[in-house]
Design a binder for this molecule. Structure first.
Ligand SMILES: [Mg+2]
Length: 286
């Protein structure tokens, strides 16, 4: 769009505004909210839905390639000898990878509040998360091919019953007599870093794909500085689009905390300033 066109649109908008009754002109100021645009995009846009749908199509293509090649593994550093003979599994995160929590994020925006651990547990137990578009088709296809799906999530152990109830109601394939929902704290040594849970799956399965919306769903290097994360990405670059499939999440994640050193004790204003400072910006000529 040319600057000239933008000016003419603005003039038209101004004329329309001036034609409104005075009461409508006096629209009350709407509070700014750092979470709003990301949430609106994820809850309402076809662009987000289409992005997710194309990632599940990619996942299916890559799964077929993995099934045709017994040497294929998404985690070569975690498979033991003889892994080619093991049954095949997928390791996938839940929130904003397979499950859609848009109604929770929208609730935060509309109430002008922010995430709290106890309220999140209430939300999980309400079992009102949805399935992202394409998730069930892909997972049921994988299941039909005999692939086990492990849900490796940082939902907490106390949220396990609610999580399983929600997954079952949505029609996600479950593991039968194998516990395939591996949550934070299910074992003492399972913290928020996920690599030891991924390694646990790799003991008995050939891992065809890792799927997640957070770098931490793939690598414990997610908690590093911006520079460390960039270096870790460079090292893992060949995995993405092949056997690691990452989903967009502009609402929250390690990308956000990395901008303020993961220090959640800072005030919201301090964190916002550090995010602004983290960006490289063009300066217009005087
Ligand atoms: Mg997630």
């Amino acid at each position: 769009m040319s600057p000239c066109y933008r000016r003419s649109v603005s003039a038209a908008a101004l004329a329309a505004f001036l034609a409104l009754p005075l009461a409508a002109q006096a629209q009350e100021a709407v509070p700014q909210n750092d979470l709003m645009n990301a949430t609106v995009w994820m809850e309402t846009s076809v662009e987000y839905k289409a992005t997710v749908m194309q990632l599940f199509k990619l996942a299916q293509t890559q799964l077929d390639a993995a099934l045709a090649d017994s040497e294929w593994t998404a985690v070569p550093d975690k498979q033991g000898e003889g892994y080619a003979d093991l049954p095949v599994a997928i390791v996938a995160d839940l929130d904003e990878t397979l499950m859609d929590n848009g109604n929770y994020q929208a609730s935060l925006v509309k109430r002008g509040t922010s995430y709290s651990s106890s309220e999140w547990t209430d939300y999980v137990n309400s079992q009102t998360s949805g399935a992202l578009p394409g998730a069930l088709d892909f997972l049921n296809y994988a299941d039909s091919q005999g692939v086990k799906i492990f849900y490796v999530s940082n939902r907490k152990n106390v949220e396990k019953e609610g999580t399983i109830g929600n997954l079952e109601a949505l029609g996600f394939p479950m593991g039968g007599n194998v516990d395939t929902v591996l949550l934070r704290g299910d074992k003492e040594e399972w913290g928020s870093a996920k690599e030891n849970r991924i390694a646990f799956v790799a003991e008995n399965y050939r891992v065809a794909l890792l799927m997640g919306d957070n770098f931490g769903d793939f690598s414990d290097a997610a908690d590093g500085s911006l520079e460390e994360r960039d270096a870790a990405l460079e090292e893992a670059a060949e995995h993405f689009g092949k056997d690691w499939i990452i989903f967009p999440n502009p609402e929250y994640g390690s990308w956000e905390s990395a901008t303020f050193g993961g220090d959640w004790s800072l005030s919201p204003d301090e964190r916002r300033q550090m995010k602004i400072d983290a960006m490289e910006a063009w300066t217009p000529a005087e």
